[in-house]
Ligand binder design. Structure first.
Ligand code: PRX
Length: 656
């Protein structure tokens, strides 16, 4: 548990009521209304979700049954037929939204584009037709490796339109990581760009794709569709690579959305777990469409005139649910920005808010903490009066950052909505509803209607107020992941057996520790497994260890997170070298770079400590708890009786 979280629980007495004016026009206007919705959903989940599905989405054919729950397998809207791309595009074209801005895009160098719903629809249809021409069919997997440009969203929607399954890989992942993910998903095609702009540099994405596919090591990939973004010279492999701007000349802009089964796979998104390689989280069409739509509508109180900006990358679930599908399904205007704050422009986010009159702004605590460090002069120099709601996600937000966000960015007018959720959950799970829920800085407050969340012990028994426990979900919900791609057993083991089912009650185990305070508010404490959260990016310690031991000099490695003021956690690696290697500064640097090449810059260790031993139990298990204390310079506390060799700790203490 982080110290900031403890600090907030022990001392947090501030409560912020929803502003009256905000509540008056909100979708959910009071705590009583929230409670009524919550109770209705708890008593009759099928009636609750069924009504919303009928009211909020278009279906080509109605379902026979709202839910078929054979734990841990859930089927939602059984035999219903729909297409999420139709719900995000076509259905708006018959209304005045046809010429409403769907996507406002700002490039890092200052170029910009706005696409109306009609224009976005046209682009998506064309790309869908190009994909078909390239041989992509319903059920095929398409890898998407893109910078933050409109074509990233267009590519996702084009896949969805024809029933192809997309697997977006964050553009910051290395060629090696891309290779593994494309292979794991047996992607048939890849959609990428020549490159993109990030922190005033050109990133060469296509080059990474070429490396990932080199020597036909991903045999499933037959075609690569390349969007021109930077105009840099780019190698095109004959017979395999196709330019988007050329291919689109030869296709029509007419491509009806394929009627898909509600449970047809919509996408795979790889995420880190505590063991093994990253797992492919599978989401399906109907339930995910409804859940991303409803959560955005209620938790961010999305209204017709809102300009919504989520600063995530489409490579993460936040980008999937709240840049692409949730906003477009609601017919909203969303902002997409290619850049990130950088030394040449630390105030760029506030420029974007001012330029487009952003009303709802959604970012991560790590970004908020870096804004605090950069200084109030940046937001203060811009007009941020358009803002009416502020959201946060990705890691526990410390009360100090929450208060700064509320006061400096929100001018004490805007509710702060702290949303707890995961790649696996598809959408927000624990979150305030801004017109209804009084907020406490640092707490994600209460479960979304329909979500039966609890804090329990390892036997599944609820823990007492203010006692720590495991955050679980006790009933299925439409946006839940359906399986780990091609590994149902891993799905069952990782999520449903950690806390064993009891008397027919199953527990979805999220991997997070939490506690409830005396008012029932949920406080997320962070991961209780070997997953670390660096700048809101989720990384498995095992993944980084595997990357390290793949270097010839490394015999053994153990990775832990260390509290970091800005990033939440930073990576510390304890490394035992092979005998013939000496611990030098050069090798230290080389190993950090090696991790960047194996995974990506987000996984670069902040610190590598060479050592000739690691603290292990008598059965050979590395005692990470002790390494965590060592990494953060704390005294070793707790039980060390299972430690095989106590001398190791003294050596490691001296050996930083
Ligand atoms: O530990 C929790 C943390 O992020 C994890 C999920 O990571 P990922 O699947 O990459 O999705 C991130 C964006 C949804 C969770 O297990 N987390 C996410 N949101 C919060 C959070 N921790 C505390 N408070 C949050 N609001």
């Amino acid at each position: 548990m982080s110290e900031t979280a403890i600090e907030s629980i022990l001392h947090e007495e501030r409560i912020f009521q929803p502003p009256a004016e905000f509540a008056a026009s909100a979708h959910v206007k009071s705590l009583d209304e929230y409670k009524a919705l919550y109770d209705r959903a708890a008593k009759d989940p099928e009636g609750f979700w069924g009504e919303l599905a009928e009211r909020e989405l278009d279906w080509f054919e109605k379902w026979d049954k709202v839910l078929d729950w054979q734990p841990p397998v859930a089927k939602w809207f059984v035999n219903g037929k729909l297409n999420i791309s139709h719900n995000c595009l076509d259905r708006h074209l018959t209304t005045w939204r046809k010429n409403k801005a769907a996507l406002i895009w700002e490039g890092e160098p200052g170029d910009s584009r706005t696409l109306t719903y009609a224009q976005l629809h046209r682009e998506v249809c064309q790309m869908a037709n190009v994909l078909k021409q390239l041989g992509v069919q319903k059920g095929d997997v398409v890898g998407i490796y893109m910078p933050m440009i409109p074509e990233a969203a267009i590519a996702m929607l084009a896949c969805a339109r024809i029933g192809a399954v997309h697997s977006v890989v964050f553009g910051g992942f290395s060629a090696e990581a891309l290779h593994d993910r494309l292979n794991g998903a047996e992607a048939k095609a890849v959609i990428t760009a020549d490159g993109g702009f990030r922190k005033d540099k050109v990133i060469t994405l296509k080059e990474q794709v070429d490396k990932a596919l080199a020597n036909n090591t991903v045999p499933s990939v037959q075609k690569v569709l390349v969007v021109q973004r930077t105009g840099e010279e780019t190698h095109m492999e004959p017979g395999r690579d196709v330019w988007w701007h050329e291919a689109r000349q030869n296709v029509s802009a007419d491509c009806p959305a394929e009627p898909l089964d509600s449970e047809d796979m919509l996408f795979i998104l790889y995420t880190s777990g505590s063991t093994g390689k990253p797992k492919g989280v599978v989401h399906t069409t109907g339930g995910y469409n409804l859940y991303s739509h409803m959560t955005l509508k209620w938790a961010f109180d999305l209204q017709e005139t809102d300009i919504f900006w989520c600063t995530a990358d489409v490579g993460w679930i936040t980008g999937h649910s709240y840049i692409v599908y949730g906003p477009l399904s609601n017919g909203a205007t969303m902002v997409m920005y290619e850049g990130v704050p950088r030394p040449s422009n630390p105030g760029c986010f506030w420029d974007v808010v001012e330029k487009y009159g952003v009303t709802i702004f959604y970012t991560a605590p790590t970004a908020i903490r870096s804004f605090i460090k950069a200084g109030d002069q940046h937001p203060n120099a811009r007009d941020l009066s358009s803002l009416r709601l502020l959201g946060t996600v990705g890691e526990p937000i410390n009360p100090k950052a929450w208060m700064w966000y509320y006061q400096v960015i929100g001018d004490e007018r805007c509710p702060v909505v702290d949303t707890w959720w995961q790649t696996e959950t598809g959408g927000f799970m624990v979150t305030p509803l801004p017109g209804a829920t009084p907020t406490k800085p640092g707490s994600a407050t209460f479960p979304f209607p329909g979500i039966v969340a609890d804090v329990v012990d390892l036997d599944g028994n609820p823990v007492g107020n203010s006692e720590g426990g495991y955050l679980v979900v006790k009933q299925p919900w439409p946006g839940m992941m359906r399986t780990v791609y091609k590994n149902f057993e891993r799905f069952r083991r990782s999520y449903w057996e950690h806390i064993p089912p009891k008397d027919g009650q199953y527990f979805y185990f999220a991997g997070d520790g939490a506690r409830k305070d005396e008012d029932g508010y949920i406080w997320i404490m962070g991961r209780v497994d070997d997953v670390i959260n660096v700048s809101g990016h989720r990384l498995g310690t095992m993944e980084i260890e595997s990357a390290l031991v793949s270097h010839p000099s490394v015999a053994e490695a153990a990775v832990v997170g260390k509290p970091d003021e800005i990033r939440g956690e930073s990576i510390v690696a304890f490394v035992i070298l092979e005998e013939e290697y000496e611990p030098t500064d050069e090798l230290n640097k080389e190993l950090k770079q090696h991790v960047v090449e194996e995974i990506g810059a987000i996984a670069r260790p902040g610190e590598i400590r060479f050592s000739d031993d690691l603290p292990k139990t008598r059965s050979g298990k590395i005692m990470r708890r002790l390494l965590r204390s060592l990494a953060s310079g704390q005294e070793i506390s707790g039980d060390t009786s299972t430690l095989q060799d106590r001398g190791v700790l003294d050596k490691l203490r001296g050996g930083a």
